[in-house]
Ligand binder design. Structure first.
Ligand SMILES: [Zn+2]
Ligand SMILES: [Zn+2]
Ligand SMILES: [Zn+2]
Ligand SMILES: [Zn+2]
Length: 291
């Protein structure tokens, strides 16, 4: 074992401001993943000690943020099903109370840990009161379901990281650098799209899918996102008959865009950390050869 002090495993306890307090995310740039120097001078990844999830403080559940947005008398909610306590699985730890090793798992670029695409026509409650109707009817978008299973993670909420050989952990510096370039380019492409919905919606969806596919060259989860996202928006267009539908479409696209951006920034950080380690090890290997 190494005599060097074991570096502390730190997970940044600072959060990006997210809309709902119970769905916070980590600041990707501050995620840390310690290494330890082995006797041969090589840096190895330290064992992952998950610790309590900072979003739910290890409680696994949080107050449901989805049905807060609609009436008290709601009968359904895609996220908590209106259970007694109106609690849902914490999205950050996906209901485990502990954070997964960021070298192995990352929040889904489609749903950011929700597991579903929210029907933004009914806000996830599954019903609508149209026009002068006194009674609620099934939502025209989701037909009462409140949303759809996320197709990028198939409901699993966490996805695999960048696909590198032999793995993100052990990849060579040049491969990590290449993956980082692809990730950066896709982020820039995404940033260039500002969804406005309405007449431009289909064009904007296409531009977003193009950016997702560009990232797909190294990120399998991004590759899986395009088609389900298109299908999702196809359902949201059912709301075109209502006022404010363009804004709603824009917000729906922006939410998925933000999830994808978070995923890419997270991966950019992990690629950076992996590269730092791989380069240090390449240097040690070079010095040992010279001796
Ligand atoms: Zn949690
Ligand atoms: Zn709920
Ligand atoms: Zn709906
Ligand atoms: Zn997902």
């Amino acid at each position: 074992m190494s005599k060097l002090p074991l570096l502390r495993l730190i997970i940044a306890l600072l959060f990006a401001a997210a809309a709902a307090a119970q769905n916070r995310v980590l600041i990707p740039e501050k995620i840390e993943r310690a290494t330890v120097a082995a006797d041969d001078g090589m840096q190895r990844w330290a064992e992952w000690k998950p610790g309590k999830c900072p979003n739910c403080e290890g409680k696994k559940k949080v107050k449901c943020g989805t049905c807060e947005r609609f009436a008290e008398d709601a009968t359904n909610c895609i996220e908590c099903k209106r259970n007694e306590k109106k609690e849902a699985d914490c999205r950050m730890c996906v209901g485990t109370g502990e954070l997964a090793d960021p070298l192995d798992k990352v929040s889904c670029p489609g749903c950011l840990g929700a597991g579903f695409f929210l029907c933004t026509i009914c806000s996830g409650g599954g019903r609508l009161r149209i026009g002068d109707a006194k009674k609620f009817g099934d939502c025209v978008g989701c037909r009462g379901a409140g949303g759809w299973k996320c197709g990028a993670c198939n409901g699993a909420r966490l996805v695999e990281p960048a696909a590198l050989k032999p793995s993100l952990r052990e990849a060579a510096p040049k491969d990590l650098a290449k993956a980082a370039t692809v990730t950066d380019a896709a982020l820039k492409e995404l940033e260039a799209v500002t969804p406005t919905g309405g007449d431009k919606a289909r064009k904007e969806v296409k531009a977003l899918v193009k950016a997702f596919d560009a990232a797909g060259a190294v990120h399998p989860a991004m590759k899986r996102l395009g088609k389900p996202f298109e299908d999702y928006m196809g359902k949201i267009y059912a709301g075109k008959q209502f006022q404010g539908s363009a804004e709603n479409e824009a917000e729906t696209m922006s939410a998925v865009k933000a999830s994808a951006e978070y995923y890419l920034k997270h991966q950019k950080r992990m690629l950076e950390l992996a590269q730092k380690r791989a380069e240090a090890n390449a240097k040690v290997a070079g010095e040992q050869k010279a001796k």
